[in-house]
Write a protein that binds this ligand. Structure first.
Ligand code: NI
Length: 226
């Protein structure tokens, strides 16, 4: 499933972050690409230990932790530090599927890449191309969102970034190791959780709510692989 999170960062935050990104030192994206990815990857990225990446990454993680939509859709166990990329002058990242496991920088801990998230830092009218194209179970989804918005998509999906033919596209992306590995099961839990929340707003105190909530948690217990 694909879930859009509107305004994960507000307009002021996005402006500050983009200014820091514009002034940061970028490196060729191929330095972290494997032998297959290196053939399709043509972008720039911030080094993982870049102070700018750490500062904006921490801000993103803080906002995610307080975002009910992200928590409900991703069911995060661990979130990897956000990475940052820049596409310009025809820069692109061709079709690929991300590695199943990613090592947390500076440790031997591996995180399963169940959910991918992209956060947009450039407004769509400032660049041409640069669409994130994801082959979801419902077909091809083309994503180009306002700066500050985020999109969640399954780590299992084939995806690409179209060439940027005008302007610059700044974005962040990161992987989440979810309590629930299966995208289908996460979707069922997400739908159930959203309905429980709506019912809670319309009929607070309805006795069926505690039963539904119990079912949600028992399904989560059954399906979680943590
Ligand atoms: Ni990818």
């Amino acid at each position: 499933m694909m879930i859009r999170i509107p305004a994960l960062l507000d307009a002021d935050e996005v402006r500050q972050c983009r200014q820091a990104l514009e002034e940061a030192s970028w490196q060729d994206g191929r330095v972290t690409a494997g032998s297959l990815a290196v053939q399709v990857k043509a972008n720039q990225q911030l080094p993982l230990d870049s102070p700018v990446a750490r500062a904006i990454g921490d801000r993103i993680l803080d906002r995610l932790g307080r975002n009910p939509l992200f928590m409900s859709a991703a069911l995060p166990l661990k979130v990897l530090p956000p990475r940052f990329n820049r596409y310009e002058g025809g820069g692109t990242y061709g079709n690929h599927i991300d590695n199943a496991f990613v090592t947390i920088p500076g440790t031997a801990i591996k995180v399963r890449s169940d959910v991918s998230t992209t956060v947009f830092f450039s407004d769509p009218d400032t660049y041409d191309g640069g669409e994130l194209v994801v082959e979801d179970t419902f077909g091809q989804q083309v994503v180009k969102l306002p700066a500050g918005d985020a999109i969640l998509y399954p780590g299992t999906s084939l995806h690409r970034v179209e060439p940027v033919t005008r302007g610059v596209r700044y974005a962040s992306f990161f992987w989440t190791h979810s309590l629930v590995a299966s995208d289908e099961q996460r979707r069922l839990l997400f739908d159930l959780d959203q309905q429980i929340q709506q019912l809670t707003a319309r009929h607070p105190g309805d006795p069926s709510l505690s039963a539904l909530s119990g079912t949600y948690h028992n399904l989560l217990r059954m399906w979680s692989q943590a």
